[in-house]
Design a protein around this ligand. Structure first.
Ligand code: NAD
Length: 484
């Protein structure tokens, strides 16, 4: 048969239960009439063991760049050492900026307290604390940089609204912690507020992440699409899967600019690998998302509806089998056979699935250039002398700064102001953030900051890092210290 009308897709079985569930998934896709030209590759554990340091051989990168869609089985990642996660490598290298996890409940066929749950979490996938830029700066203090960019935020927020529009969803909820992180999470929230009016048919709301997470755990049925930052999204999507009663049933999509990777939510389940009892549903539902992505919504729909019917008919793998609701216990292949036998059937009780063909376009708008002016500098020092008395440090630093045209305006310790006028009760580590402003209050510059650093260093202080204090179009681009 000619493969001209077939969509090329790269497929990696992974390890553990990966090969079994991938085989079962591909059989169902073929029986459903999906037109895919599969390109099989080996990544992860086996690749590492054959000496490929990244876990992804060069020829696989070339195939991925050419065909731009990957269906991936779970891959074992050792904890606390060993090789790096191939999942993270793939996400970052291919620019897969959106992680999309649809979570539904299938009660009473899968026990859950939330029968009406049907939500999607759109998680930013590249930024935030997952940039992994960490430093130990003093004997007592470590830091991780939380990076949030305007284009990265704009892209994920637009994607969430485009996704909602394409899938006929009614509401997008943004979750951040911008009452505390006013600049980083604040940028995310502001971007959301700026973009939402472009989608007047979709309701938009914002929740602080803590109350949002609590509501999600209690009333998941009240959510539709949630868009959030990387770390919050990571936690929320596991909470959502767990309360749906179906951690093993979820599929997830990692979407980039013209590139996408689809996989089950669960891992490689080494405890049951090779026994033929794993549930292939997570991988199958990931493949269904993939079919919609490549424009084969019809085949996707046939599979999803046959799968729902299989669940309803009580044909369950061991992880879902419950006496009372289940009728037949099947293995991985038996489950695939049961889905294949029902292709063309709709579920009788659960709502049938209808996918629309869609083409998500996420185009960024140009932001106007802003005037950037340096108004001061934060100098971080490692200091633990003089009983860690902030007044001692403050007096010495103010003295070092005065001669080179700078004022010391405050010192904080873990973000709390300790100088001037600190409280003796405030706990003090060896990590001090010292804020300097030019004496004339004017706009300053790099050379002046260098002079200040030389003077502070010359006075015997261990400078560990600096941050410029910049105004953008007159708006401060830095946070105030607590109590400043
Ligand atoms: P896991 O999801 O592999 O297993 C957790 C439990 O769920 C186990 O008891 C397992 O038997 C069961 N389970 C998982 N999938 C199942 C299925 N399809 N059918 C029936 N039961 C299933 O989580 P883990 O044990 O924490 O991780 C194992 C390995 O997988 C680790 O190396 C981890 O790093 C890796 N992992 C990979 C991915 C991925 O490739 N995307 C995701 C998560 C974990």
């Amino acid at each position: 048969m000619s493969t001209d009308s077939f969509t090329p897709v790269v497929v990696a079985e992974g390890d553990g239960i990966g090969p079994e569930i991938t085989r079962a998934t591909l059989r169902v896709l073929e029986a459903a009439g999906a037109s895919i030209d599969w390109h099989r590759v080996v990544i992860g554990k086996q690749a590492y063991e054959s000496g490929v340091a990244t876990g992804v051989p060069d020829d696989v990168w070339a195939l991925l760049r050419e065909h731009r869609v990957l269906l991936k089985g779970p891959i074992t990642t050792p904890q606390g050492g060993g090789y790096k996660s191939v999942n993270v490598t793939l996400r970052k290298s291919l620019g897969l900026f959106a992680n999309v996890r649809e979570t539904k409940s299938y009660g009473p066929y899968v026990p859950t307290r939330h029968a009406e749950m049907n939500l999607v979490i759109v998680r930013e996938n590249e930024e935030d604390l997952y940039a992994g830029i960490e430093h130990r700066q003093t004997r007592e203090v470590t830091q991780s940089l939380k990076l949030i960019s305007r284009p990265g935020t704009e892209r994920i927020v637009r994607f969430a609204f485009e996704y909602a529009r394409a899938h006929g969803r009614q509401r997008v909820t943004c979750m951040t912690k911008d009452n505390i992180m006013k600049l980083t999470d604040g940028l995310f929230h502001k971007t959301f507020d700026a973009i939402a009016p472009e989608y007047p048919e979709i309701a938009a709301e914002h929740m602080i992440i803590d109350i949002g997470a609590a509501r999600l755990a209690d009333r998941p049925d009240t959510f539709d699409v949630i868009v959030t930052l990387n770390l919050y999204g990571d936690v929320l999507s596991d909470v959502a899967s767990q309360i749906a009663g179906s951690v093993g049933l979820g599929g997830s999509a990692n979407i980039g600019d013209g590139v996408a990777m689809f996989e089950a939510v669960h891992g490689s389940a080494p405890d049951i690998a090779g026994q033929g009892i794993a549930n292939p549903s997570g991988m199958l539902l990931a493949a269904v998302q993939m079919l919609v992505h490549v424009g084969q919504a019809e085949a996707a729909e046939r599979i999803a509806n046959a799968w729902l019917r299989t669940l309803e008919d009580g044909c369950h793998t061991g992880d879902l089998y419950r006496s009372g609701t289940s009728i037949e216990r099947v293995g991985t292949d038996g489950f695939a056979d049961a889905v294949i036998a029902r292709l063309g059937d709709d579920p009788r009780h659960l709502a049938p699935v209808h996918y629309r063909k869609h083409d998500l376009r996420v185009e960024l708008r140009d932001a106007p250039p802003e005037r950037k002016e340096m108004r001061g500098i934060d100098v971080f020092v490692d200091w633990s002398e003089g009983d860690r008395d902030a007044a001692v440090l403050g007096t010495a630093l103010a003295e070092a700064a005065r001669g080179v045209g700078w004022d010391l305006s405050m010192i904080t310790n873990r973000g709390v102001k300790v100088y001037p006028d600190g409280f003796p009760e405030t706990f003090r580590t060896d990590h001090w953030r010292c804020r300097f402003r030019p004496q004339d209050g004017a706009v300053t510059h790099f050379e002046a900051a260098l002079e200040l650093l030389t003077s502070v260093h010359g006075a015997g202080f261990d400078v560990i890092k600096t941050e410029g204090l910049y105004d953008f179009d007159g708006e401060p681009g830095y946070s105030l210290g607590q109590g400043e």
